[in-house]
Design a binder for this molecule. Structure first.
Ligand code: 1CP
Length: 337
């Protein structure tokens, strides 16, 4: 069993380290490949390149796990929506079409994502046996935000007009159920291809009004976690931005691991989040500060979780402007602590 899987399943008192968004953006070797591949979806569907990008941070740094190079928006793509990434706007999806969505069947869906599964197979063969290969999905709520065009562009952070949700409640419930099914298929395929840990990104959970958090965040996450348990694939949830509701989320969803965002106080998390392995928390902006400030920030987390299993990681993905050297120094600091 890989080290991370061991920690998550058996809760052995051991530590581990990897970073969200460790493959991509901030690495010059990624940027080189990216500059030669304008179409991001096509790049994600190039098994050779995707595997190569996945392994880039593993070659450079002393990390315990690899995360497959893909994107959460590969699922809407496989469900028939046109997905495009532009520098100015980030991801842009074509209008959501009910008919196309409801017509999709499992085979068609899996076939479209075959190159992702092939990339996982190729990567697993090249990766040290001790190291986990993490696969991931976007949680239904976060995906729906993109699929319905509610997350429009980079500069338009919030608030998002969610009044549409009330008008479309019955429709959203139905779409969510169907999405959960497809997401489970995607997880199953990734595990069968050789991934051994699952991370669920609910990056926009924090935008949900309180009265919708259970229906749109807790419930769908719980269903997916339950599915992962059947495959004995440990699952790390990341309900970013829900604040104190992390406690209730943890009791309700019962995932093996939970990723903290940077707003969660590590001592609070240590006291409130039980029967779960805690991961992450350090603000990715700390890596843009001086070395000493970065170490100080990291120390807070290492110390808070000293007496328990903890997976060192961030409170969100590594930022594009991060100096790879800083990443190396942070890993070394953590190893020597
Ligand atoms: O233009 C480019 O070069 C593409 C940049 C890029 C990369 C490298 C995007 C576009 N996606 C990815 C890869 C990716 N995305 C990975 C694998 C690499 C790794 O983690 O090491 C993963 C796990 C994701 C997950 C992802 N994609 C999330 C969840 C995590 C998070 O950051 O909150 C989300 C929300 C996305 C959507 C997405 N894809 C890309 C962008 C720019 C965005 C976010 C846009 C937005 O802010 O709405």
């Amino acid at each position: 069993m890989t080290q991370l899987k061991n920690i998550l399943l058996k809760k052995i008192p051991c530590k581990s380290i990897w970073f969200m968004r460790q493959a991509g953006r901030y690495l010059p070797e990624f940027r080189k490949i990216r500059s030669q591949n304008q179409n991001f979806i096509k790049l994600c569907l190039d098994s050779e390149l995707s595997s190569e990008i996945t392994l880039q941070p593993i070659k450079r740094f002393d990390l315990d796990s690899a995360i497959i190079f893909s994107d959460i928006l590969m699922v809407p793509h496989a469900l028939g929506q046109h997905v495009e990434f532009t520098k100015e706007f980030g991801p842009r999806l074509s209008q959501f079409d009910n008919n196309t969505f409801y017509k999709k069947n499992e085979n068609e869906f899996s076939n479209k994502l075959k190159p992702v599964y092939k990339a996982i197979e190729m990567t697993r063969k090249k990766l040290n046996k001790e190291k986990s290969l993490i696969c991931f999905i976007g949680a239904p709520w976060t995906l729906i935000l993109y699929m319905f065009g509610l997350r429009k562009n980079k500069s338009e952070k919030e608030p998002i007009d969610l009044s549409e949700l009330d008008n479309k409640k019955f429709l959203i419930d139905e779409i969510m159920d169907k999405l959960v099914n497809f997401l489970c298929i995607h997880i199953k395929n990734q595990i069968n291809a050789g991934a051994d840990v699952v991370q669920i990104f609910d990056s926009w959970a924090g935008l949900l009004p309180s009265d919708k958090v259970i229906d749109y965040c807790f419930e769908p996450n719980a269903k997916i976690v339950e599915f992962c348990k059947k495959y004995t694939a440990p699952c790390i949830c990341f309900p970013k931005g829900i604040g104190q509701k992390y406690e209730l989320f943890n009791k309700f969803v019962k995932s093996d691991g939970i990723n903290l965002d940077s707003n969660i106080d590590p001592s609070w998390a240590r006291d409130k989040l039980k029967n779960v392995v805690i991961q992450g928390g350090l603000d990715p902006k700390e890596l843009l500060k001086s070395e000493n400030q970065m170490f100080e920030g990291a120390t807070k987390y290492i110390k808070a979780f000293r007496e328990m299993p903890y997976v060192f990681n961030l409170g969100h993905g590594l930022l594009p402007e991060t100096d790879p050297d800083k990443v190396d120094k942070l890993i070394k600091f953590y190893r020597n602590f």
